[in-house]
Ligand binder design. Structure first.
Ligand code: NAD
Length: 276
């Protein structure tokens, strides 16, 4: 089974660079697909309270027999629970659903910048890290100005910022701000809904290496140092998205894929997205 490289976070912990995401995996399918992912070799699972599938993820973990210290589990605090006391209650609910007594990583899900509650939420996450319920804490969808406020407000610097990154949306202003703060970048929707699968830099590299466009893009993220967790409910794709350690993209191939950035967002714009 492949050994997934790890990335060192700013709090001294290590995170497996390639994981498995479960956004839009229906609650009644989560146990099956996460069990499949664990069987294939993934040890890092990315879920969230709002995905509504933490219980299925928890059942898959429990049934896997894999020792807890070999797993890396992330979940996220939803905006409705932003607040210091609320964060604690929400974490306890997530842990109960997951059947765990700690998560490896807990994130504030969106800044929702119409209010400054994301700053209160960050203080709540700091309490949870102090209490040992989250080994690491971080943020998601934070723009550079949100990061600056979080860093000024709290005592800890977020370990990660999970943002939308794929070849057609590379958000270099955010990844550079992350790097300045020592924050690792996690790429969500890493495959970009297939929007660049047929672009020459991806298609040509796929042909040259005898792999799929998805495998090329996963490799591009890995070689560019980002953490990612592609999602699939199809067994063959769950397996092939993990089978990316037998080839390497050349510098020219990486640079050509870097050139596909065209600001093409698939999800919300954190500057204006204010979910409740
Ligand atoms: P993704 O880039 O992982 O793509 C998933 C979709 O791509 C699948 O539904 C499938 O249709 C297709 N796909 C998967 N493997 C394929 C393959 N080998 N060949 C062809 N098509 C393939 O997108 P995602 O699920 O949106 O993002 C991954 C994870 O990121 C999520 O599951 C979630 O954990 C996280 N995420 C976080 C946020 C956030 O706000 N923090 C937002 C979105 C996603």
């Amino acid at each position: 089974m492949a050994t997934v490289p790890t990335i060192s976070l700013n709090d001294g912990t290590e995170i497996p660079q390639l994981g498995f995401g479960v956004w839009q995996v229906p609650a009644d399918e989560a146990e099956r697909v996460v069990s499949k992912a664990l069987e294939v070799g993934y040890r890092h699972i990315d879920t969230a309270a709002i995905y509504g599938n933490e219980e299925g993820v928890g059942r898959a973990i429990a049934n896997s027999g894999i020792p807890r210290d070999e797993l890396y589990i992330t979940t996220k605090l939803w905006v409705a629970d932003f607040g210091r006391a609320e964060a604690k209650r929400a974490m306890e609910t997530s842990l109960a659903k997951l059947g765990l007594d700690y998560v490896n990583l807990y994130l504030t899900h969106w800044p929702a910048p119409a209010t400054t509650r994301y700053l209160d939420a960050w203080l709540g996450l700091e309490d949870l890290a102090d209490a040992g319920l989250a080994r690491s804490i971080g943020v998601s969808n934070h723009l550079p100005e949100h990061l600056d406020r979080v860093v000024a407000q709290g005592e800890r610097v977020p370990a990660v910022n999970q943002i939308e990154v794929h070849p057609a949306l590379q958000q270099r202003n955010i990844t550079e701000a992350n790097a300045r703060h020592g924050i690792a970048t996690q790429a969500w929707t890493p495959l970009g809904r297939g929007g660049t699968f047929e672009d020459a830099p991806v298609a040509d590299a796929a042909e040259a290496h005898g792999v799929s466009p998805a495998q090329v893009i996963i490799r591009w993220h890995l070689q560019r140092g980002r953490i990612l967790f592609p999602k699939s409910v199809t067994d063959s794709r769950i397996a092939s998205n993990f089978d990316v350690f037998g080839f390497e993209l050349t510098t020219d191939e990486l640079t050509a894929i870097d050139g596909l950035d065209r600001g093409e967002r698939t999800g919300g714009d954190p500057a204006t997205f204010n979910p409740e």
